[in-house]
Design a protein around this ligand. Structure first.
Ligand code: COA
Length: 186
């Protein structure tokens, strides 16, 4: 009896080099400008400056600037919430990258997972993403996030409503990916 060959996993591309550092008050113009960018607005619900200011200070939140590129310049931002959750359930509240399609989002997400599970003791790391946001959905799925549900017509978008897809990853799933060499950094 012949045994079917197991297809080899696709080779892992080395992710872009990024670094996350805590957002400072002086970064907020950059953050607000990115949020208001017409390229990003369809995919996020922008915050007031005051909400970002509060989230920099609030202990349950971690607000990060994504630094990337040759000079490790500010390239985007991301926000984690639930960092003090008694349920060890952390949320990727927002991630925005300025220059898209260069691997910075994937690299930043890898660092965020490491922070969530290794540094902040997360058992669960989750997010929601608009149905129309195929780029982000593709990224999250390829980084091991599993679709957990759908909040139908949860958000207003131009021309009607869109659903929010809830996606999540558990610590054992993260550890399994790491053991398979899928959580590498640039
Ligand atoms: C979503 C976002 C953070 C991803 O960051 P990015 O740097 O553009 O993404 P990457 O270059 O790392 O690409 C990641 C994967 O997305 C997928 N992807 C990229 N561009 C895509 C496109 N136009 N359509 C569908 N999928 C796409 C690919 O699978 C890609 O992986 P690969 O190139 O290794 O095959 C960024 O595009 C962004 O800021 N978007 C606007 C705000 C937003 O949607 N935030 C998320 C809200 S939940």
């Amino acid at each position: 009896m012949s045994i079917a060959a197991v297809p080899a996993s696709p080779p892992q591309r080395t992710p872009a080099r990024v670094r996350l550092r805590p957002t400072m008050q002086s970064d907020l113009d950059f953050v607000l400008t990115l949020e208001q960018d017409r390229e990003n607005l369809p995919f996020i619900t922008p915050w007031e400056r005051m909400q970002h200011e509060a989230s920099i200070r609030f202990p349950d939140f971690r607000h990060f600037i994504i630094e990337g590129g040759a000079g490790l310049d500010a390239a985007g931002f991301l926000i984690l919430i639930g960092c003090r959750s008694p349920h060890h359930s952390l949320e990727l509240k927002r991630m925005v990258v300025q220059h898209k399609g260069q691997g910075l989002g994937r690299a930043a997400l890898r660092v965020a997972k490491k922070i969530a599970f290794d540094d902040l003791g997360g058992h669960r790391f989750w997010l929601d993403v608009k149905g129309l946001n195929s780029r982000a959905r593709m990224l999250y799925a390829s980084e091991g996030f599993v679709v957990e549900g759908c909040l139908r017509d949860a958000v207003r978008v131009s021309g009607g409503y869109d659903s929010l897809i809830v996606m999540g990853m558990l610590k054992p799933e993260f550890e399994a990916r790491r053991a398979q060499g899928l959580e590498i950094f640039g």
